[in-house]
Design a protein around this ligand. Sequence first.
Ligand code: CTP
Length: 208
Amino acid sequence: MRILITAGPTREYVDDVRFLSNASSGRMGYSIAAAAIAAGHEVILVTGPVDLPVPDGAKATQIETTDELRMSCLELFPRCDGVIATAAVCDYRPRERVQGKITKTGDPIVLELVETSDVLAELGQQKDHRWVVGFALESQDPRNNAMRKLRMKHCDCIVLNDTSAISSLENSVEILSPDAETLARFTGLKTKIARQLIEFIELEVAGP
Ligand code: CTP
């Protein structure tokens, strides 16, 4: 299969030197990319800025902003069999990006934030015969929130993990179906979970 994988954080710039982002290490997405390549798949990786080497054999596109993630994914997804979306997308961006660097005045400033595009929801809408695997990072009411995202983004299944996964080498995930069934649970090193997830997708999501 040819698999699109999104990974790492996105950045939304306040001015030319400051941005909003999050602490995603990209480790889960990069481990999945490496596991998919080891299993004989072609991997198209669209990645935010992370401190990890691109896995050997992956075709990587480096992005910074959510808009860049969106443009790359919209271009690449039609040529893929499915997408695994692990990117920790920055959900808000400043309404205006100030040119240059904002100078201190001694007074408070107010940043007006607007929502960024939901990339996975857009891919889900145009998936046709392709499969879509989402990730959900939840700190409260995890199952209900994950199921809401699965439906909203037209996912074939969603991988639920909690916020302790951020920046950690380990993870504990539950895979939910569109009927809210638990299809699998994997715990341990992200590299091991990545291999199990690729096997699961081959057998249960992409079909025989
Ligand atoms: N995602 C995306 N584009 C966004 C937000 C999220 O493609 N603007 C993808 C993520 O890569 C992940 C899934 O959607 O596969 C769910 O991401 P998550 O951050 O858990 O949820 P959000 O939809 O951003 O909702 P919230 O932040 O309110 O929990």
